[in-house]
Write a protein that binds this ligand. Sequence first.
Ligand code: 5GP
Ligand code: ZN
Length: 112
Amino acid sequence: MSDCLFCKIIAGEIPSKKVYEDDLCYAFYDIDPQAPTHFLVIPKAHIASVSAVTGDTAPIVGHIFEVIARLAGELGLESYRVVSNIGPQAGQSVFHLHFHVLSGRDMTWPPG
Ligand code: 5GP
Ligand code: ZN
C-alpha cells in the first residue's frame, strides 16, 4: 500500500533497525521504545489490523507468533508482553498490522 508507513519500511524506503526478516514477515526495533527491549513484528502483506485478519491471512499471523517465540528465545527474553492495538481508542496509530514485543521491565495490569 503506497501511503502506508510500515509498507515503506518493508520496502526499505524508510530506514529501520532490522531484527529479523523472512518471506512473510519483518521485525524491527520501535523508534520510540516503551521498554528496554521493544520491537515490532509485521506481515509483509498489508493487513490493516487484527480486525482485518481472514481465514486466508490467519496462517501469516500464526507464523508471526512462531517467529516471536523464536526471537524471544534467541534474545534471551524470559518474560515479555505481546500487544496489538486495534483502532484509535486502543492506541493504534499505524494501520498496518503489528505486534509489539516488550521486555526488560516490570509491567502493570491492566494496561493503561
Ligand atoms: P501503534 O501505536 O499503532 O500500536 O504502534 C505503532 C508503533 O510504531 C509505535 O510504537 C511507534 O513508536 C512506532 N513507529 C512509528 N513510526 C515509526 C518509524 O518510522 N520507525 C519505527 N521503527 N517505528 C515507528
Ligand atoms: Zn502497509
